[in-house]
Design a protein around this ligand. Sequence first.
Ligand code: DQA
Length: 148
Amino acid sequence: MLKFSILVLNGPNLNLLGKREPTIYGNLTLENINTILEQEANNLNVVLSCFQSNHEGVLVDHIHEALNNYQGILINAGAYTHTSIAIRDALVGVAIPAVEVHLSNIYKREGFRHNSYIAPIAIGQISGFGAESYRLGLRALVNYLQSS
Ligand code: DQA
């Protein structure tokens, strides 16, 4: 069976996890989350590449470069979730199945976080489970790829 390759993309300020608003985002660092994801990827028999950037265009470039290299994208676009038509268009452009994740429940928070430009074009969204959102998102993405 084909071993799926998954790109994990993290957007702005997620490099600060561990220090950043721990009451909202928890105590784990992004490195901790990536380690959890690597373990889950092992269990699921898929290959992962994890990347973080604070720059919208760099994230767009990575989505473009995913074409022909990755079968799925797991994305926490951070604040760009609520603002970036460019990231949404890039995901649509490469037509790689994507799952959107958030540590916090964006619908329980300020109104400006309630809109996601990515959600309507993603397979689905998982929001509010802390680091577990990523693990659940990876499982959902791999399950989708395996059954399609
Ligand atoms: C976030 C939620 C966003 O609203 C926020 O801008 C982030 C993190 C989350 O994972 O909960 O940077 O994507």
